[in-house]
Write a protein that binds this ligand. Structure first.
Ligand code: OGA
Ligand code: MN
Length: 230
């Protein structure tokens, strides 16, 4: 494992910072040291970061603690009835349970409308139900590209309960990559090339290091909106 991590580290150098945003994550409220830098996107080269910057976004502090609480309150009862799945070695996702939800209470609906209005062009037909993915602390998402048959150009996700790192790697050239720091309560958006030509993954806790800084990965719930293929 040590060797693997060393190799990964080498592959993912040098990093270039971009998108300096104000970040107020659980780190601040828990008294932990803030990350040295407030960049939320780093990549293999300035050119790549520049090229993808219109197709990848991380909006920090996108929802309030109260809104996160409202989402959790609606989601937890249904999720708790399911068991985390660990045993499908060929699955893209390890250590997860999931559900879909079409109808929401007023607070959650308002949050989702905000997501829709920033992430999708007006009038773009969306996949009806919202996808909910609950990753156990030991869970992770392997590199994959979402089905082009079932979803369109844009994927937008809220991260609840934990900070995490999403890694994008160019499908035909592993030297081209971006790491996105997804603080708890942030929104990320992937569209077009970033969605079609790059795999995305959520790193497991042991590998969760952003730009040299450890980002503990706890249980994480994502609330994902997608549009329909055009
Ligand atoms: C997926 C996926 C990312 C996330 O379910 O296809 O990539 O934020 N999820 O959970
Ligand atoms: Mn995906």
């Amino acid at each position: 494992m040590k060797l693997l991590l060393t190799v990964l580290k080498r592959i993912h150098k040098p990093a270039v910072y971009t998108r300096h945003q104000r970040r107020l994550s659980s780190r601040a409220s828990s008294g932990l040291l803030p990350l040295q830098d407030e960049a939320v996107i780093v990549g293999s080269s300035p050119e790549l970061v520049q090229r993808l910057c219109s197709q990848v976004a991380v909006r920090t502090v996108f929802i309030t603690e109260e809104e996160e609480g409202a989402l959790l309150q609606e989601l937890e009862p249904g999720l708790k009835k399911k068991r985390y799945e660990f045993d499908h070695w060929d699955n893209a996702i390890h250590g997860y349970r999931e559900t879909e939800r079409a109808r929401w209470g007023a607070t959650c609906e308002e949050v989702l409308n905000r997501v829709r209005s920033v992430a999708f062009p007006q009038g773009s037909p969306l996949l009806g139900p919202v996808h909910i993915l609950d990753l156990d602390k030991t869970g992770y998402i392997k590199p994959h590209i979402d089905s082009v048959k079932f979803c369109g150009s844009t994927i937008a996700g809220l991260s609840l309960l934990s900070d995490s790192i999403m890694r994008l790697v160019k499908e035909d050239d592993a030297n081209e990559w971006l790491d996105l720091l997804l603080p708890r309560r942030s929104l990320y958006i992937l569209r077009d090339q970033a969605r079609f030509n790059f795999t995305h993954q959520i790193l497991k806790d042991e590998e969760s290091v952003f730009s040299g800084q450890r980002v503990p990965r706890l249980r994480r719930i994502s609330v994902i909106c997608r549009n329909l293929p055009g």
